[in-house]
Design a protein around this ligand. Sequence first.
Ligand SMILES: [Zn+2]
Length: 255
Amino acid sequence: MRLFPRHHALRILRRYPITDESWFGVTRRIDLVQALAPVERARLRELATLFLHAKSFTGVQGLTITDEIRISVAAQACLEILNMEADTFIGWVEIVIYPSAFRVAREIRDEGGIVHEEANALSGESWSRGPVILSWEDVRRDSFSPCPGRNVVIHEFAHKLDMLSGRANGMPPLHPDMPIMDWTTALSEAFEHLRCSVEHHYRPHINAYAATNPAEFFAVICEYFFTAPEILNMYCPEVYCQLKAYFRQDTLRYV
Ligand SMILES: [Zn+2]
């Protein structure tokens, strides 16, 4: 735990614990947490405690931040770093929560150079070295009524992992024992295959949104890795293998 030297981490865990009532009250309803072994759940609770100490939550449009919101986000974000360093989500502080999908207006320049304003409704967004923004309605649905291949917290925090290399491009910093070529080959072949399917209007095996660009591909395959590893492993086994090495977790064993 680099950001938190062990003695500092222990002090935070002692001084700012998540109460049993709050932790179990929320996590017993999250299947992704319940699937873990008891020792992993204990580790997750420690990581979530350190995470909540380091991050600040802001509710907007009248939303009050509750323990349910804080713990749902922290538990699922920290699930991704269960076997990584506790300070992996470093370099930024704020998590902004909207009550439901939020509209973001962006200026898009078309081929003729004309700038148009486009407004999209988003369930989440991650800024490089900036906040993570989430819709509570979507977080709540994905946490407590999960659907295979969909989890907005996993998605947005996967972007944060990706951006640790400087920018979101589907290439997070890999562990020293992971050959970069194996990662690049597995992910780019699967990405091209998906783009081809989408272009030819075949029904893709995973969410077609992953074909948007390599960064979205990475975020979406992370959603599958945690919520539907059997689908990812069936259609993209090499990608499953790479994510298994990256997260140092074998999510298939929970299936
Ligand atoms: Zn995304």
